[in-house]
Design a protein around this ligand. Structure first.
Ligand code: SAM
Length: 273
């Protein structure tokens, strides 16, 4: 059935297609009571955004007055949510998104005293060492964080016992040889296809750094559902199927459910120079 639909793409009706891309039920997330399903997606540049932001940050004991650095904040969906929920200061750093458009969104949401949008490369952090209580990154860390030297660099800007909290797309396990063609998302344009890894890879990547204790790192039980839900949003929001045909095909072909999400929470244990 899936094969048949893949062969007919993009000539498939919306009603046929949505059957394969169920929605996440926002009711499962009581903290998102003020958000509709549409609100959870508007402006999001990845999957699982607010669902995972909410779930992860509940685990790390965020307190009023803390300073959070969000790397790859995109359109500030998560940063605005965190500011409203915890009254914390968030530096919403992003390389491509214009901070002026983010600033307008931040003001519209009434959190301008908490969220500061900046254009910043995660590899060039213009803040004092030991400045942040938490580094948070949603759907973004794989753009810059696979370099072995990146984590030791990032740690300099985090307070002792500070926390790193990440959620990102991943493969359920590493491929022994090459990444199969159907899982390479549009390289060479999207070269980050090559930096998608498994939760175990990320755990090892973090654990080899002495100043890090990984508190948890796993394949999220709803990882695949987040991907499917994000495609559903694109279908429902009226986007032309041809613009995200690759995503649809990739997920429909993924019989063995390699495409999923991992979450990682790690603590800094010692200061390094
Ligand atoms: C898939 S989007 C995710 C955005 C947002 N967190 C979300 O979930 O909607 C990835 C973001 O990472 C940002 N990014 C990529 N490389 C970066 C870098 N080196 N430094 C900072 N941000 C980067 C991009 O600008 C983009 O907005």
């Amino acid at each position: 059935m899936k094969t048949e639909i893949i062969e007919r793409l993009p000539n498939v009706s919306k009603s046929e297609l949505v059957k394969y891309f169920p929605k996440i039920d926002v009711k499962e997330y009581p903290e998102l009571i003020n958000y509709s399903w549409e609100d959870c997606h508007k402006g999001s540049m990845g999957a699982g955004d607010l669902f995972l932001t909410n779930e992860l940050t509940k685990k790390i004991n965020i307190k009023k007055g803390m300073r959070i650095l969000e790397l790859g904040a995109g359109n500030c969906l998560s940063a605005i949510f965190l500011a409203k929920k915890y009254n914390v200061e968030i530096i919403a750093a992003d390389l491509w998104i214009d901070p002026t458009s983010n600033w307008q969104r931040i003001k519209d949401e009434g959190v301008e005293n908490y969220v500061k949008p900046i254009k910043m490369d995660a590899r060039s952090i213009p803040f004092p060492k030991g400045y942040f209580d938490v580094v948070f990154s949603m759907n973004s860390y794989f753009y810059f964080g696979t370099d072995d030297l990146y984590l030791p660099y990032l740690l300099k800007y985090i307070k002792e016992t500070g926390i790193i909290c990440i959620a990102s797309p991943c493969f359920a396990s590493e491929f022994k040889y090459k990444i199969p063609e159907e899982f390479l998302f549009d390289p060479p344009e999207f070269k980050e296809s090559y930096s998608i890894h498994s939760p175990n890879w990320w755990r090892k990547h973090f654990e080899k750094v002495k100043q890090i204790e990984v508190l948890e790192c796993f394949k999220h039980p709803k990882g695949r559902e987040f991907w499917l839900d994000s495609i559903r949003w694109q279908i429902e929001s009226g986007r032309n199927i041809n613009d995200f045909l690759k995503d649809i095909t990739m997920l429909l072909k993924d019989e063995n459910e390699y495409l999923t999400y991992f979450t990682l929470i790690a603590k800094k244990t010692k200061t390094i120079d």
